[in-house]
Design a protein around this ligand. Sequence first.
Ligand code: DAH
Length: 337
Amino acid sequence: MSTSTTGTLETALLDLDELQGEAVLAFESAASPEAVEAARVEYLGQKQGRLKAAQERLRTLPNQAKKSYGQRFNGVKQALEAACDAARARLARRTVGGDGIDVTLPGIAPRLGHRHPLSQTADELIDIFGRLGFAVARGPEVEDVHHNFDALNIPPVHPARDPLDNFFLPDGGMLRSQTSTIQVRVMESQPPPARVVAIGRVYRPDTVDATHSFMFHQIEGLFVAEGVTMGHLKSVLRLFAKSYLGEDVRIRFRPSFFPFTEPSVEIDMLWHGGRGWVEMGGAGMVDPNVFKAVGYDAERVTGFAFGLGIERLCMRRHGIDDIRLLYQNDVRFLDQF
Ligand code: DAH
């Protein structure tokens, strides 16, 4: 073998080594089926592939060099084909449809939220009263004194108007302190009969503790038509209580006073799993002065109204003993409902 033949062979063998190194790396680092295919075309492609070029180089070598080169070439070819197969197998294990998504990894579970317990309670109340024929009414949270007090027969000197018990606004308006405002708005806007429930926030500057908040929710009911009696009021509230707290619930009325109802009662409920009689809200027969304020004929129609605390209903149902939990948005608490 001449020196020049040896030199040419050595260079050619080194080139084969380099080709193998480069190609194997390309297959091993291919992160997608497309990358494997690109590497296959570049190195193993029948027309322009670099292995093909290396094969053609055989013809240019001196005869004595052809055997060694051919043997090494075959080794390189096998290594490249094996690397290509391995890359394909690796990605096939990991992908579906060649989209590069690793379906064998554990999924990222999205954190699913749900309705807040107060919203769940509100939805349920609307549903129950809906089945009893009550439509949903709404009203503004920023109110005027007419709807919050005057039209509800609350006289100018009544303690409910105390500035320390209300959020009065500089313009003479106020944040409503009760949903009874909506009774007035409904009757002002339509002739009788009226049969509605209204759910919403009310505001009172109470010091926050386990049972008080400066903002809470009420549900207000109103039924006005010819011949509505207190018997209807009790029936509706009893049907409601059974749906919400269970068949074995008992309700009772205690005489009370509200300026906008006459007579007026406090509504107490007692149920299995509860802790004795619990006051849930107030009710009564709509006072004729309220009818006068909204232009209804008190000689022709009668009606009942009631107001219940949503927080209280929600807390009693779920055994929640601190109202503040309902406003803190702590998912460890909310997750339980
Ligand atoms: N508005 C009363 C309150 O906030 C609750 C209430 C009592 C509403 C009697 C009524 C009712 O509709 O008839 O304390």
